[in-house]
Design a protein around this ligand. Structure first.
Ligand code: BG6
Length: 473
């Protein structure tokens, strides 16, 4: 396709970036906050504790001022459920409400629109002990929490995201330490999809409640969407990619948008005796609920090939990438893509391909809620020369503009992450931020903030509304 009619970014485009509470705040048991599943699980390699992280809890004013200096129009952050309700249900912790009121007000004072993620991998430990999403009561727990959020912040927060990366929770939850599979469970797949069903129901009810309580607000899901390529043009590989696309991506959005279980996923679950138990009325609730937009995280694409029916899976298969499902699909290397130093494939054109496919399936406005390059950064004389990150972001923003020119309705671009924070698998050594935070995995450091080269570059991008993507002079 030719690019002679390149469209500009919309005037009201939301440039900004994202973080999540447990990865950035620190102060993990401060001011009445209860423990979440993240506080009791094994921490990412080398991470001493979640006491400090980037200390954003205490330094949010400085951080938001830096975001404002970059020209942010939107800041996506998550609220820690256990700051609001330390036990997940029951008494509200006023100190937690006060804290997020301060963060929201600080954003608004800087002209930054807050986008609040209600749940980002941090189930209250008290609810984890009661079975987490495996307990059907989790639907009510989440809706009760949502009600407190809408009541407390809905006068100022106009954009909400429900559950961050529900598909990753379902595919690799136990690896991120956020999916609770009861001991002795005999059908892990069924248990996993039962939990997934409860999350879908909780999300649908929260979206409905948002629309009832806050008619002016907009709410949407935030899955991680990576288009799945077939490893070849063999018909069986195409079929494998259709199946993994359905399992990895579409089942979440088909349900959020249309309230229907994807037929390929349903058949896959039937074959494994793993369909979730559905209570009469559940599907009506899902059908009646509608997102206003789709938030999605994009890092890379996946590639799969047909998996022989007699294939014996050995060791841990990468489920995010297709893993290996005998008779269905298995992860294949994509020889066309370079990798980050942490081994993640880099596919900017895949970003455009993903947006085109999503938009043609759902026809809703979309916003990228994560995208970015995790790398080992080095602070030298107060500077971080992260040209590799600039290159990565530029390549993706170019593809974003091409997708907009394709007619995809994009509301904004919020890369990961506004500032350095604790990576889910790699501690703070895997840095994503525009703002460098002086700390090590062991949490030794001044916690001072430094503007990386990408900070100045992104500032220029925002100031020109995405017109000038050239290198810094
Ligand atoms: C997304 C999550 O999956 O990827 C973030 O929403 C996470 O919480 C990000 O940090 C990057 O992954 P990682 O493992 O490099 O931190």
């Amino acid at each position: 396709m030719l690019d002679k009619n390149l469209k500009p970014f919309p005037d009201d485009f939301f440039w900004g970036a994202s973080t999540s509470a447990y990865q950035v705040e620190g102060a993990n048991l401060t001011d009445g906050k209860g423990p979440s599943c993240q506080d009791v699980k094994e921490l990412p390699a080398g991470t001493a504790s979640l006491d400090i992280c980037a200390d954003h809890y205490h330094r949010y004013k400085e951080d938001i001022a830096l975001m404002s200096e970059m020209g942010f129009k939107m800041y996506r952050f998550s609220i820690a459920w256990t700051r609001i309700l330390p036990n997940g249900t029951g008494e509200v912790n006023q100190a937690g409400i006060d804290h997020y009121n301060d963060v929201i007000n600080c954003c608004l004072e800087h002209g930054i629109t807050p986008l609040v993620t209600m749940f980002h991998f941090d189930m209250p430990d008290a609810l984890d002990k009661r079975g987490s999403w495996g307990n059907r009561e989790s639907v009510d727990w989440f809706v009760n929490y949502a009600k407190v959020l809408f009541q407390s912040f809905g006068d100022r927060v106009k954009y909400w995201l429900t559950i961050n990366e529900q598909n990753m929770l379902t595919l690799v939850g136990p690896v991120i330490g956020t999916m609770h599979i009861p001991e002795g469970c005999t059908n892990v797949l069924k248990e996993t999809y039962q939990q997934n069903h409860h999350m879908l129901l909780a999300q649908a009810k929260a979206m409905q409640l948002c629309h009832q309580m806050l008619p002016d607000a907009k709410i949407g899901p935030a899955p991680n969407i990576s288009l799945v390529y077939p490893a070849s043009c063999k018909p069986e590989d195409i079929q494998a990619s259709q199946e993994f696309n359905a399992i990895r991506n579409w089942v979440y959005l088909d349900m959020a948008v249309y309230g229907i279980y994807n037929n390929l996923v349903w058949r896959f679950l039937e074959e494994h005796d793993a369909t979730p138990d559905i209570v009469p009325g559940d599907m009506d609730i899902m059908k009646a609920a509608h997102p206003d937009f789709i938030g999605f995280n994009y890092y890379s694409t996946a590639t799969v090939q047909k998996c022989p029916a007699d294939f014996a899976v050995e060791g841990e298969a990468d489920q995010q990438k297709g893993g290996a499902e005998a008779g269905y699909f298995m992860n294949a290397a994509n020889p066309n893509l370079p990798k980050t130093e942490f081994g993640w494939e880099i596919d900017p054109m895949g970003y455009r391909n993903t947006m085109r496919e999503m938009y043609s399936r759902y026809h809703l406005p979309m916003i990228t809620t994560e995208n970015g390059l995790g790398a080992y950064d080095t602070l030298e004389d107060g500077k971080v020369h992260d040209q590799y990150r600039i290159n990565y972001l530029r390549d993706h923003i170019q593809q974003l503009r091409l997708a907009i020119s394709d007619g995809v309705q994009m509301m904004g671009y919020l890369p990961w992450s506004a500032l350095d924070l604790v990576s889910t698998h790699e501690g703070i050594r895997k840095r994503y931020g525009f703002i460098y935070v002086d700390t090590t995995d062991e949490q030794v450091g001044t916690l001072d903030r430094y503007r990386k080269d990408s900070f100045f570059w992104y500032k220029k991008v925002i100031a020109t509304n995405g017109q000038d993507l050239s290198d810094l002079a």
